[in-house]
Ligand binder design. Structure first.
Ligand SMILES: Nc1nc2c(ncn2[C@@H]2O[C@H](COP(=O)(O)OP(=O)(O)OP(=O)(O)O)[C@@H](O)[C@H]2O)c(=O)[nH]1
Ligand SMILES: [Mg+2]
Length: 193
C-alpha cells in the first residue's frame, strides 16, 4: 500500500458574537445536523474533522470559541497556534444582526493580536431568516477590503446553504499554502503540525 501521502494538521478558530451560529455551522459541516435550541458554548469546544485531498490526509481541529462576553478572559489561550480563522456574524434584521456585524472588526483585532497574519474568512450566517435580495453586499465587501479578509460566504446552518463551500475554501487555502511549503522543504519531512 502506498504511504506516499503527506499529513497535515490545522487548527481553525471560529469566532463571532454569541448566538450568531458558530456551533451550528461547525455541526452542520462536520456532522450534517442542525439543532433549533440554543445551548451557549461554555469557554470553547473543538471538533475534529478529517479530509483527504489527493493522496494527502488533512486533520482539521475546529475551535469553537464562546462568543458571550463572560468568557472573554479565556480567549487568548484558545487562539494559540491557529492556522486560520472564521469570523461569523448574523444577517438577522435585529439587534443581534446589527451588533454582530459591528463587532467583526473587534473579533478581527483579537485574531491579529493572538494569531498574527493568518487567513481570515467571514461567514454571513442565518440567510434563511431574511430575503437574500436585501443583503447589503457593498457593506460586507467594504469590511472585507478594509480588514484584508480572504472573502465572505453567505450561509445558513439551518438549510446548509453555502456551508460546505465556505468551509472548503478555508481548508483548500490552508492545504495549498502548507503543501507548497512542505514541497519547498524538499519533502524530506512531509508532516506539518
Ligand atoms: N434560522 C437559523 N437559526 C440558526 C442558524 N444558525 C444558528 N441558528 C440558531 O441560533 C441559535 C444560536 O446558535 P449557536 O450555534 O448556538 O450560536 P453560537 O454562535 O455558537 O453561540 P455561543 O456559543 O453563545 O457563542 C440556535 O438557536 C441555533 O439553532 C441559521 O443559519 N439559521
Ligand atoms: Mg456556540
Amino acid at each position: 500500500m502506498s504511504t506516499s501521502g503527506a499529513k497535515f494538521k490545522f487548527k481553525v478558530t471560529v469566532v463571532g458574537d454569541g448566538r450568531v451560529g458558530k456551533t451550528s455551522l461547525i455541526k452542520k459541516f462536520t456532522k450534517g445536523g442542525f439543532q433549533q435550541d440554543y445551548i451557549k458554548t461554555i469557554g470553547a469546544q473543538f471538533t475534529v474533522y478529517h479530509k483527504d485531498i489527493k493522496e494527502d490526509k488533512i486533520e482539521l481541529l475546529f475551535w469553537d470559541i464562546a462568543g458571550q462576553d463572560e468568557f472573554s478572559f479565556l480567549r487568548p489561550s484558545f487562539f494559540k497556534n491557529s492556522k486560520a480563522a472564521i469570523i461569523v456574524f448574523s444577517l438577522e434584521e435585529n439587534d443581534l444582526g446589527n451588533e454582530s456585524f459591528k463587532h467583526i472588526s473587534n473579533w478581527h483585532n483579537d485574531v491579529m493580536q493572538f494569531c498574527g497574519g493568518i487567513p481570515v474568512i467571514l461567514f454571513a450566517n442565518k440567510v434563511d431568516l431574511i430575503d437574500e435580495k436585501d443583503i447589503n453586499l457593498s457593506k460586507i465587501e467594504n469590511i472585507i477590503n478594509n480588514l484584508g479578509l480572504l472573502g465572505y460566504y453567505v450561509t445558513s446552518a439551518k438549510t446548509g446553504q453555502g456551508v460546505i463551500e465556505a468551509f472548503n475554501t478555508i481548508i483548500n487555502e490552508l492545504y495549498d499554502k502548507y503543501k507548497a511549503l512542505s514541497l519547498s522543504f524538499n519533502d524530506s519531512n512531509s508532516s506539518e503540525s
